[in-house]
Design a protein around this ligand. Structure first.
Ligand SMILES: Cc1ncc(COP(=O)(O)O)c(C=O)c1O
Length: 483
């Protein structure tokens, strides 16, 4: 570590972050490089931000092009990239209109304001929002109050009033907490920062039905789960529902800060003057987001994330010493019985693998969607070697009604649509005749050979890795993957 940098950081930067002892200076695809020239495989990706990996050429090119043309004007005027991006987001999700901002917390603030105004107009001034325990919605005062974790709230009392927290995944608790003053339910479709918790099947559907019955707005916070992270464009789509409000940020800009709040016609209550943002929806950020969405779509990364995420899940679940793995798609958590997550995180970092300990027991993996099966093999080999012994895990999901611990393959059972058959069959059924994605599909098929262990050790592993690297460099040279 550069000691001067550490001292200057402590002197000039407010002490809000506990940093790991590494300074990243460069990144391409899954690889980040520190100031000593050491390479790491990055499975944190800026905390679920870098969907396309680091410095994706399409995003870098779009940013360079747009910044040479027009970086920022103001929402006092029309903007072509802003309207184009809003149209794209609506096409990908549900009939709605968009408010643009710069972060997840801001997107949630917009949603909270929408709920308050909607309550004034439609529910006699009702303003209470039901959210989940263990949830995380951001660091602004409204978002902190919405968050269901006392550790983020205690120092900042009194909190913004009007939030009730109930156990995640418990539909009956939401019903019981609903009163005359309730206006909305706000929920992460999969809890992220709180430890990657997938709710029981039917939870979102149940919430949708209850919101209809009790005349409440359903707000889904897809800040972390959006854009293919869970194997669908948006995680609410796993349950075939449509929310009233959706919040987005993180991956949207391919690393460039941007947030968005979408409201269906029922909830589309903002009028001129109600809300605003100086930077929100600026040409530069919107152009980066358009480039990001274009790559996700043209490289079919949503499907890819479902398949490789499943492989990651199943491979981790078979590592000796890791007894619980849970998550969906490219959002997975490893749960330890002993408070060893931070130790494993640090050991992985030393070994060149970036993972994130969300607390003492849980490691979160939110890799870029471009991760390949070879990357999975390599990551699991490193993480497996650093996980050490862990007994039967106490799973924080255990206290969620209906929650099922993951066993190898359990994840796949929760995603029946994703298991419908070989990829080609599914594509054909969907009228897609584009054929396999070069390199990637063959790669997956090889890793799925019956009886093949999820990861190999020794010479075979090294040979596989070398082959993977050669293929990776070749595909990169061919422009198939830009990493
Ligand atoms: C689900 C969810 N909502 C909101 C936020 C806050 O986003 P931001 O840090 O961009 O304000 C986060 C960040 O981790 C998140 O995971």
């Amino acid at each position: 570590m550069n000691e001067q940098l550490v001292q200057d950081e402590a002197k000039y930067i407010m002490g809000t972050f506990r940093r790991l002892p590494v300074t990243f200076v460069e990144g391409h695809g899954l690889t980040v490089v520190d100031d000593q020239g050491k390479e790491y495989m990055d499975l944190v990706g800026g905390i679920a931000v870098n969907l396309l990996g680091h410095s994706h050429p399409a995003v870098a090119e779009a940013v360079a092009r747009q910044s040479a043309k027009l970086i920022h004007t103001s929402n006092l005027y029309y903007s072509e990239p802003q309207v184009a991006l809003a149209k794209r987001l609506v096409e990908l999700s549900f009939p709605s209109r968009v408010f643009f901002c710069n972060s997840g917390a801001e997107a949630n603030e917009a949603a909270i304001k929408i709920a308050h105004k909607w309550g004034k107009q439609h529910k006699g001034g009702a303003f209470e929002i039901i959210t989940a325990e263990k949830s995380f919605h951001g660091r602004t005062m409204g978002a902190v109050a919405a968050t269901g974790q006392p550790k983020y709230q205690e120092a900042f009392q009194p909190l913004v009033p009007g939030f009730t927290h109930v156990p995640y995944g418990d539909l009956e608790a939401v019903k019981a907490a609903t009163g005359d003053n309730t206006v909305a339910v706000m929920v992460e479709p999969v809890i992220g920062e709180g430890g990657v918790i997938v709710p029981p099947d039917g939870y979102l559907k149940g919430l949708r039905a209850w919101c209809d019955e009790a005349d409440l707005l359903l707000i889904v916070d897809e800040v972390q789960t959006g854009f293919g992270r869970t194997g669908r464009w948006f995680a609410y789509q796993h349950e075939g529902i449509v929310p009233d409000v959706m919040t987005l940020a993180k991956g949207l800009g391919g690393g460039v800060p941007i947030g968005a709040c979408l409201a269906a016609p029922r909830a589309d209550v903002f009028e001129p003057g109600d809300h605003g943002s100086t930077f929100g929806g600026q040409p530069l950020a919107c152009t980066a987001a358009l480039a990001t969405l274009e790559v996700i779509e043209s490289q079919r990364l949503v499907e890819h994330a479902a398949e490789v995420g499943e492989l990651l899940h199943d491979s981790l679940a078979q590592v000796p010493g890791i007894s619980t793995v849970r998550g969906r798609g490219m959002m997975q958590a490893v749960v330890f019985n002993e408070p060893q997550a931070k130790t494993v995180q640090n050991r992985c970092l030393e070994a060149g693998l970036v993972v994130n300990a969300v607390d003492d027991h849980v490691l979160r993996l939110v890799p870029p969607l471009i991760m390949t099966a070879d990357d999975v093999e390599k990551a699991v080999e490193i993480a497996g070697g650093r996980a050490g012994r862990a007994g039967p895990a106490r799973d924080p999901g255990d206290d969620i009604p209906g929650y099922q611990r993951s066993a190898p393959g359990a994840h796949a059972r929760r995603l029946p649509a994703q298991r419908a058959g070989p990829r080609g069959v599914r594509r054909a059924r969907e009228g897609d005749d584009r054929g396999p994605v070069p390199g990637r599909d063959q790669d997956l098929a090889r890793h799925r050979q019956p009886g093949r262990p999820p990861h190999r050790r020794g010479r075979a592993a090294r040979r596989g890795r070398d082959r993977g690297r050669r293929r990776h460099h070749h595909r990169r040279a061919q422009g198939e993957i830009r990493s």
